[in-house]
Design a protein around this ligand. Sequence first.
Ligand code: ADP
Ligand code: MG
Length: 288
Amino acid sequence: ATPTALMVATGRGAELGIFVKGYRALETTRAVDTVLLDKTGTLTEGRMTVVDLTCADGVEADELLAMAAAVESGSEHAIAAAIREHAANALVAVPEVTGFRALPGLGARGVVDGREVTVGRPSLAGDLGASAERVGVWDATGHSTVAVVVDGTVAGVIALADPVKPSAAPAVAELLATGLRPVLLTGDGEAAARSVAAAVGIEQVRAGVLPDEKVDFVRGLQSGGATVAMVGDGVNDAAALATADLGIAVGSGTDVALEAADVVLVRDDLRVLPNTVELARATLRTVR
Ligand code: ADP
Ligand code: MG
């Protein structure tokens, strides 16, 4: 693309609510055929709420919530915000956490009242014991679940809901109509992923992927001949956004994601996705 074409694209992008960060974006979007979409915060609002919690024998709900909220006080994740809010609403006193550590794509960990507490994907807990049954129930309803592990033992499980963005299903329908293949890519569990995929009309799902595995997935598609756009918002998406032929960040996303992307959806409306790809195509048609 020439500088003039880039200026045209930038102007048209501004009308659509797309911020075109650079030049590379326009050169590479030409043959995009596959669009990977992150789930949490991209297809969904990323505003999670706690819908239920189950405690292991001998653990009180307030105690579980206090420990979980303490650890999550150090995390930026939507799950963390939901757990903190739930604790605040329940007027639970949240203790201090020391030695906080984010486990990207897995959960969060820290020491609370002398005990090591981990909140994260249920697979972090080798043996979910009695809680496994509840996880199964929530899985069936499409909720996200996290386990609270205290000194190596599951103290409880928390279920969360996250509404799908109203613009997600229309956006997917349009991607399909323009011949693009949408794939849902998420660190969350299979059941929660399937439920969102069904709600928005995506058939292909990759769940339980770690941030590095998101990158591997992009590379795998590319070496199979696909030209890949990736849409994401999180720290966990940044590497995949940079690896994709076209990285698209949701405007409300984290700074790291915005930096890694080529294009930013300023208005957080997914219906501009087909336009984002089309904009670059049109620009190049004009130039060639
Ligand atoms: P996504 O790809 O859906 O944005 P992430 O890669 O951020 O998801 O996280 C994947 C999974 O890891 C989450 O579904 C959750 O089970 C767990 N997880 C990550 N961060 C946290 C956290 N701060 N607290 C609890 N669980 C977490
Ligand atoms: Mg996300």
